[in-house]
Design a protein around this ligand. Structure first.
Ligand code: KG4
Ligand code: ZN
Length: 336
């Protein structure tokens, strides 16, 4: 069985063909980073237009790389939200037209469910497990009991972890997306140089990163009162990056630790763009070892947005007979 996955939820146009539940035949991701970089963040209108320009080429390329043709595709799995509505509409509109014209069944997939199933494309996590989804749009903790059986333990009350990285990067005069750049700078900085706040929110699995963001802004104002960050020496910027990252990682690791201890489940799956963070991966592994827990860390290309993860979750919907009609409409806000 072959599933064609399509994801246009944010700023990447992606299409993938998988065979069975987990063999990736192709996974094309066309990034719009270069376009959005000059604005310091994603411009939704530009994202939709770029998806329009790219979608048919990307889907075609996914079929070519998979050495297959549309007539050998059993289902089209498309991301139906959450995400930027203009971007989602492009993917859903394309998938519906293609499915209708070629007579291929359509499956709608929640983007978060895609992230949860990304690790299954290269390993076999055992249920139940605690899943941390940390991306640019979400930071949530779930208890995953099996396919379709998800319990949300907590979520961010304000910014997502990736959003915090992107906003701090902007304050530091760095390019978008901020995560990878701060990750690199932090490697040369001292994580104890500045003591930034950690919002542990006791008795809750929720997250909050807005206080940390304000603390970084205040620190920068204190160092450069005229707002000219170009005057700040690079070693001080590296220290701020490392101290900010330490605060984010401390909270993410501690919350996952609380969750596995409270639920008595020693299995963890990390996913979403922030899971690409080198310090988070290292620290989560250390905590998992100390707690005698098993940790599944997807490779970087499966942490960030990609259509193979949509196809992987779509496979389960398809075999369960959960087929979407032509009335499938994406939603910007779509809880799992
Ligand atoms: O999952 P993703 O590709 O898209 C969303 O669904 O949001 O995540 C993108 C986010 C961005 O905020 C980006 O800055 C962050 O993931 N990110 C990282 C790293 N690589 C990407 N954050 C921290 N460290 C990284 N190495
Ligand atoms: Zn995502």
């Amino acid at each position: 069985m072959r599933i064609l996955g399509i994801d246009t939820s944010c700023d990447d146009t992606s299409a993938s063909v998988i065979e069975g539940s987990s063999t990736i035949l192709s996974n094309i991701v066309s990034s719009q980073t270069e376009i959005h970089k000059k604005y310091g963040g994603i411009v939704p209108e530009l994202a939709s237009r770029m998806h329009m320009d790219m979608i048919s080429h990307v889907v075609n390329e996914a079929l070519i790389q998979a050495k297959t043709e549309l007539r050998h595709i059993d289902a089209i799995a498309v991301c139906k939200g959450p995400g930027l509505i203009g971007s989602l509409l492009v993917g859903c509109g394309f998938a519906k037209s293609l499915g209708y014209a070629a007579g291929i069944p359509l499956v709608g997939v929640n983007h978060l469910e895609g992230h949860i199933f990304a690790p299954f494309l290269e390993s076999e996590p055992e249920f139940p497990f605690v899943s941390l989804i940390a991306s640019g749009g979400h930071t949530s903790l779930y208890l995953i009991n099996g396919f379709g059986d998800y319990e949300e333990l907590g979520r961010t009350r304000d910014d997502a972890a990736g959003e915090a990285y992107d906003k701090i990067a902007k304050m530091l005069g760095l390019s978008y997306p901020g995560g990878p750049v701060i990750d690199r700078m932090a490697a040369d900085g001292d994580p104890k140089a500045v003591s930034f706040p950690r919002a542990y929110l006791p008795d809750s699995f929720d997250f909050s990163f807005s206080g940390l963001k304000t603390a970084v802004r205040r620190e920068l104002q204190a160092i450069a009162p005229d707002g000219d960050i170009t005057k700040i020496p690079s070693d001080i910027l590296n220290n701020i990056a490392a101290s900010f990252q330490a605060a984010v990682v401390d909270v993410l690791v501690r919350k996952v630790e609380w969750a596995i201890v409270k639920k008595g489940i020693r299995r963890i799956v990390l996913t979403g763009g922030v899971s690409a963070n080198s310090e988070l991966r290292k620290r989560m592994q250390k905590m998992a070892d100390e707690q005698n827990a098993k940790l599944w860390l997807p490779s970087i290309r499966l942490c960030t947005d990609n259509a193979a993860m949509i196809a992987a979750a779509g496979y389960h919907h398809f075999v369960a007979g959960d087929i979407a009609g032509l009335d499938l409409n994406p939603k910007a806000y779509l809880p799992l």
